[in-house]
Design a protein. Structure first.
Length: 573
């Protein structure tokens, strides 16, 4: 391919190239998005008993849309229903009316959401830098980033951030007043934290950087857009501010610092001692590592440097002044990030205000930077004798860019799907009455609400400690369950079962060994119950429940056996 033709195909602005080239790069963007999504969907549909890890929390209770009598008086189901955003609930409820189960929908949604996000990402890139190849790079990097992590695939509220926020940026750049308002409204219905970022971004639009000093915008439309956006923001967030819940109050910083759940190694680790880890990673940080996945995203840091040398990177002259939205989005996100730290837990987790927006900004910046570098290299190798050398460099680099995730991950896309390994157990519980309660400390208990559609008393997956009205009761249940399961007195087991209305007890083989608790980081948080149980087991003192396990077992499969409470209550040791 001659050098001039290669230049035209890769780096010429859309205004100077045939429409077919733009269509080609857009179609290729959609192709990769569809390919990644279908690879994930193949994993999702590989078995009846497959669910995404986070979806176990947010989707199971929605089976109530199809069977209203499920999970009656269920603390866990009621809590996760109460914290679900209205728009998110509406989508699942609407699909349930046409017979699509929540579990199936959670597997199909990522495909739709990814395609929508890709469309708007390409559109945003073209508004900032009207080079179709750069639009393709932006969508490719964003898609690789999304499919190397478990946000989009979860089909939980955070999965809706990317299509909705990319749409907001697209219409915001176009100054489409009505469309911007609709996007903010939808963000509020699906992921309210992003509404605050959008509001901060509209305010920043009123400030311009001209001739080395700040000044207020001279564009009347900027003020109109800001006013309209803030009004929508106010009305969409007002219900959240005024609403009350039986699961309040939100945990305070003082309370959190005393709980092992928030300390290093805890279920919701937050207060880590390493400043680098605290501010840049995890729930407390900006999400730097996730923003730089894949590694090519790091090219985004080069963009400010490249723009300082327009003579060496002449394609930078094509970049729109609207590129200022990228640093403004970073500033808006950081402002909300620090506000969340200042009002810790009242605005939920600080990372929610940066991890998504940073990923979007860096993907767009990296695509622009790589395109500028490519154009400069093509110019460098523009002579007839150098063209083949340029091609020799271009094609291997392209191959590495496209296949990078496959070489750096054992399984790509990374879906974090959980496969249920005990179908007979799920079928057994599903055959029981819908109002049963299952007590268990096993990891398998986390799968029962999703695959068996039956209530569990506790489960590690549902140990979310941000609202004390919920978690205080939940923690008490775990603590008392530990005491009862490892008590040497059968009356303690009976009293516990009667107090919580337990119908079945799911035990794992090996549950009555000290390592079963000692090596379980989640159970080890509940002291002194865990320590007491470990001490007794090390001394060879078996719990009362172990004595009745054979007599009261009604079902056994693999590593698990199920005891019936009716039998336990009749035992008088």
């Amino acid at each position: 391919m001659p050098s001039a033709l290669l230049h035209k195909f890769l780096t010429t602005p859309a205004s100077k190239t045939p429409k077919s080239i733009k269509i080609f790069w857009f179609s290729l963007s959609m192709t990769f998005a569809a390919l990644y999504s279908l690879l994930a969907l193949r994993q999702a549909l590989s078995s009846e008993y497959v669910v995404q890890d986070d979806a176990r929390q947010h989707v199971f209770w929605m089976q109530r849309f199809l069977e209203p009598d499920l999970f009656p008086n269920d603390l866990i189901a009621d809590y996760f229903e109460s914290v679900a955003p209205a728009g998110y609930v509406a989508v699942y409820a609407l699909m349930a009316t046409v017979g699509i189960t929540p579990l199936l929908l959670s597997k199909l949604l990522p495909l739709v959401l990814d395609l929508v996000a890709t469309v708007y990402c390409f559109g945003v890139s073209m508004q900032l830098f009207p080079v179709p190849f750069a639009g393709f790079l932006a969508t490719l990097l964003l898609n690789q980033s999304l499919w190397m992590q478990d946000g989009l695939i979860s089909a939980t509220p955070k999965a809706f951030v990317y299509p909705l926020f990319m749409a907001f940026l697209y219409y915001f750049l176009k100054r489409a007043l009505l469309a911007v308002g609709i996007c903010i409204l939808l963000l509020g219905l699906f992921y309210p934290q992003c509404v605050l970022i959008a509001a901060a971004l509209t305010i920043l639009q009123l400030v311009e950087w001209k001739k080395w000093h700040f000044r207020l915008s001279q564009n009347r439309h900027d003020y109109l857009l800001c006013a309209a956006s803030l009004c929508v923001t106010f009305f969409i967030l007002l219900p959240y501010a005024l609403s009350t819940s039986e699961f309040e109050p939100t945990i305070t910083v003082a309370e959190a610092k005393t709980m092992p759940e928030f300390l290093p190694g805890g279920r919701s680790s937050f207060f880590v001692k390493d400043p680098w880890q605290f501010w840049l990673h995890g729930r407390s940080g900006i999400g730097l590592s996730s923003s730089l996945t894949p590694a090519f995203m790091a090219a985004g840091f080069l963009l400010p440097v490249l723009l300082r040398y327009p003579s060496r990177f002449p394609l930078s002259n094509v970049i729109s002044e609207r590129i200022a939205i990228l640093p403004q989005l970073l500033i808006a996100s950081l402002a909300m990030f620090f506000a969340a730290h200042a009002l810790l837990f009242k605005l939920h987790l600080p990372s929610r205000y940066t991890q998504h927006s940073f990923r979007i900004v860096i993907a767009l910046s990296a695509a622009l930077a790589l395109t500028l570098i490519l154009e400069a290299l093509l110019s460098l190798f523009s002579g007839k004798e150098k063209t083949w050398f340029g091609l020799f460099l271009l094609f291997p680099c392209s191959f590495i860019l496209i296949t990078y995730p496959n070489f750096t991950m054992k399984k790509f896309p990374w879906t974090y799907y959980v496969s249920g390994e005990e179908p007979a157990l799920y079928k057994f519980f599903k055959a029981q009455p819908k109002d049963i309660i299952i007590a268990s400390l096993t990891e398998e208990a986390n799968n029962l609400p999703t695959f068996a559609h039956r209530s569990i008393l506790v489960g590690r997956e549902y140990a979310v400690p941000y609202h004390m009205g919920y978690y205080k009761k939940f923690r008490e249940r775990v603590f008392e369950l530990l005491l009862a399961q490892y008590s040497t007195n059968i009356s303690d087991v009976q009293k516990f079962a009667q107090k919580y209305g337990v119908d079945f007890w799911l035990l794992e083989k090996g549950a009555f060994t000290p390592d079963y608790i000692a090596k379980n980081r989640w159970l080890s948080q509940y002291q002194p119950a865990a320590a007491s149980a470990i001490a007794n087991l090390y001394r060879g003192i078996l719990p009362a429940l172990a004595d009745v396990s054979q007599k009261c077992s009604v079902f056994e499969t693999g590593n698990f056996f199920v005891l019936t409470t009716d039998c336990i209550l009749k035992n008088n040791r």
